[in-house]
Design a protein around this ligand. Structure first.
Ligand code: LLP
Length: 432
């Protein structure tokens, strides 16, 4: 928390709006995004490429947080987006997002999803496997459609992160294996289809990565593959897509470099390796999700009950939990929290922050220093913008929270809080 995040009443402010005012106006739990932070991170990525005079695209990996409003922000920013399902695509369509700036990812896109993408003129299909090539071939056979594809390879690079979110190692469900010749075979199959234009090669090594080595490795590997394919098949790649995964700082224990420094390192390697191997400098695409929206998100909760156990850390419970943030329970993810009324108050004790869900594992933080708290206090969890709302559930039939965007001292509801009617509106009576 910086001094600029505290207003004249000493309260936390988000995008210039008092967090207590937001909690009051929208109720809790509520996820609040500081939109200026989102725009700023996109600009930072862009600046690196501009300074290095490299052709590029910043493609927001919208699985981190997909909604009509965020796609509208991306449209304003003229960014690209990645979608990974018909549902994300439908949301982008609803947001009137330009279809040519969308890349469609996934290791098992259905025929319906692929034909939806073709019908709407999605800019790039990131082809993942042979079944998908067959489906695409059938779907475009009786149309005059042309389609751009990037070919996703498994780079064989193990990223040091949680195994649930590491994707680069050879033993992965994503992409074509290189060493066994699968990727070559895929390229030749795709090149043989006249309506398909292979624009690039794609790899993604994982998420929440702190180590720049993995990105340098993947950049080098992609250039090598490009050079090999140019020599063998006279295939000239226009784009190398290095994926996303740039780690962010959630807690004092995290020490990532700035997201844009990963990009600088990638550009360096691609430039050098391209020169060495004699291929034209390709455009570089990145697909950050977490680093764009993570630090911009703040979840506001209201504190309720408390349980003290002699000799152990107290449990302080809030009105949300694993339904709006599964990450601590699923990945043992750490977050930090402050009190909205006094984010810089002196801490007097360490507590565990418990959710309200009927599960012992529903602990949002297993050790959080806090000042004295009272029921009704608003607790703010920081950096909750990525993979929180996106992975929210209705476990215990709790409604999902509202989402609010703030910018320049103004706030706007962008996803309504679910009501009990919303929770039951798909339910039907049983009468057999
Ligand atoms: N590109 C591809 C192909 C991806 O699979 C992903 C993330 C990204 C880009 C964006 O990665 P990011 O920049 O956001 O790290 N639910 C997990 C994260 C799963 C990431 C899946 N793929 C979590 O909460 O940590």
């Amino acid at each position: 928390i910086k001094a600029a995040d505290i207003n004249s009443s000493g309260h936390l402010q988000i995008g210039g709006v008092d967090a207590l005012t937001l909690a009051d106006k929208y109720g809790t739990p509520v996820l609040v995004y500081d939109v200026a932070k989102i725009r700023d991170q996109i600009h930072r990525f862009r600046n690196v490429f501009e300074q290095e005079h490299v052709e590029y695209e910043v493609s927001y990996a919208s699985k981190a947080f997909a909604s009509v409003a965020i796609y509208q922000v991306m449209k304003q920013e003229q960014a690209h987006i990645d979608v990974v399902s018909g549902g994300e695509l439908a949301t982008a369509i609803k947001a009137d997002f330009p279809m040519e700036k969308i890349s469609f990812h996934g290791n098992n896109k259905s025929e319906a999803e692929l034909s939806m993408a073709l019908e709407h003129g999605v800019g790039t299909i990131v082809v993942d496997n042979f079944h998908e090539i067959d489906l695409l071939k059938q779907l475009i056979a009786d149309s005059s459609k042309r389609v751009n594809v990037q070919l996703r390879i498994t780079p064989g690079i193990a990223a040091h992160t949680n195994s649930y979110i590491a994707t680069g190692q050879v033993d992965s469900k994503f992409g074509f294996d290189v060493d066994s010749g699968q990727a070559d075979k895929a390229l030749r199959e795709l090149m043989a289809i006249s309506q398909i234009n292979v624009t690039g090669i794609h790899a993604h090594i994982g998420s929440q990565i702190f180590d720049v080595q993995g990105f340098k490795g993947v950049a080098h590997k992609l250039v090598q593959i490009a050079a090999d394919w140019q020599e063998k098949y006279d295939f000239h790649t226009k784009i190398l897509n290095v994926g996303g995964g740039f780690g962010i700082k959630y807690s004092a224990d995290d020490h990532p470099i700035h997201p844009e420094d990963f990009v600088r390192a990638i550009i360096d390697v691609v430039k050098k390796s391209a020169q060495e191997s004699g291929i034209d400098m390709p455009a570089i695409w990145i697909e950050p999700g977490r680093s764009i929206v993570g630090p911009a998100g703040y979840t506001l909760y209201t504190i309720g009950s408390r349980k003290d156990i002699p000799g152990l850390l107290p449990y302080v419970s809030v009105d949300g939990g694993m339904g709006d943030n599964i990450r601590p329970a699923l990945y043992n993810a750490k977050y930090e929290a402050v009190l909205a009324r006094d984010p810089q108050a002196q801490n007097i004790e360490e507590v565990r922050i418990a959710g309200k869900y009927c599960e012992s594992g529903d602990i949002l933080s297993d050790r959080q220093p806090l000042p004295e708290t009272h029921p009704g206090d608003v607790l703010v969890m920081l950096d909750t913008g990525a993979y929180d709302y996106a992975m929210a559930s209705n476990y215990n039939r709790n409604p999902r929270p509202a989402v609010v965007f703030v910018e320049n001292g103004r706030d706007q509801l962008v996803i309504k809080r679910e009501s009990y009617d919303d929770l039951t509106h798909l339910d039907l009576n049983y009468s057999l």
